[in-house]
Design a protein. Structure first.
Lengths: 189, 81
């Protein structure tokens, strides 16, 4: 076990005994990865905040039963992905149009006018996030977990609650769709 | 298969055959090249930092949940503190 894992295990132990400070440290150590995942899955800060709160509240409420059998990061990713899926299904039912932040930046990144190298970092980021939101939710989750969060495929498949071949298939489809969308920017040698 | 190759999870003999084919086929080479660029671009995105206001509200929410879960006497003290 590395020192970060030992530290995490000690913090979980203290938090289970009611040490709020220890729980706060756990939140600080992990909040960015949960927020990032939710932001990339949902495309706006408001929904990402909801998922961030729901995820850590779920951890707080289940701390007593958290045996540390699975890594904390796996638990948090799985919980956050589940909350994101619930939100996306609700959206689908309400037939809401996806609200995408930085619309303006995305519009300005017209492939006819810019190559990827000429885009500002923030415009590039907005473009990549926008294209990600055009994927189906399961393909998006696979790309977010594997390519952005850099989680090994076997672990990512467990987080999504699907088999490894099913995960790979979603990842492959997601990558292929993104590749096609990015072709105007990256297709030239 | 090509997606797997990028993850270096493909079997080595298969990878060798793919690499041999790629040397001879510009169309497939272009496909792999753009797929690789796509993955690299997304890998470079990195983490979003949590805005300060969102972090503040998160801790407030957790604090409220903590108070709710405490027995009544401790809860009263926590509310007064």
């Amino acid at each position: 076990m590395d020192s970060a894992s030992v530290n995490e295990a000690l913090l979980i132990q203290s938090a289970r005994k009611g040490d709020y400070g220890a729980f706060e440290k756990l939140v600080r150590l992990n909040q960015a990865r949960v927020y990032s995942l939710a932001f990339r899955m949902l495309g706006n800060a408001e929904d990402a905040e909801d998922v961030l709160q729901e995820t850590f509240l779920a951890l707080f409420r289940s701390l007593k039963n958290f045996r540390g059998g699975s890594k904390l990061s796996t638990y948090l990713h799985r919980t956050a992905v589940n909350f994101c899926m619930i939100k996306l299904r609700q959206r689908k039912r309400r037939r809401e149009r996806q609200h995408v932040e930085l619309e303006q930046a995305a519009e300005s990144s017209d492939p006819r006018a810019f190559s990827l190298e000429n885009l500002l970092e923030s415009e590039k980021k907005a473009l990549l996030n926008r294209l990600l939101l055009e994927l189906g939710m399961e393909e998006r989750a696979a790309v977010v977990l594997s390519d952005i969060e850099d989680i090994p495929n076997a672990e990512a498949s467990r987080i999504m609650g699907i088999t490894l071949p099913a995960f790979k298939s979603r990842l492959r489809r997601g990558r292929e769709k993104l590749r096609k969308k990015l072709l105007p920017y990256i297709g030239k040698p | 298969m090509l997606s797997d190759q990028l993850d270096r999870q493909g079997r080595s003999r298969l990878c060798r055959r793919i690499e041999e084919h790629l040397r001879e086929c510009p169309k497939c080479r272009m496909y792999v090249d753009t797929l690789r660029k796509t993955v690299v671009l997304y890998r470079s995105l990195g983490e979003e930092s949590v805005p300060a206001a969102i972090e503040k509200r998160l801790f407030k929410t957790i604090r409220l949940a903590e108070i709710e879960m405490k027995p009544m006497v401790k809860r009263r003290k926590a509310c007064l503190s």
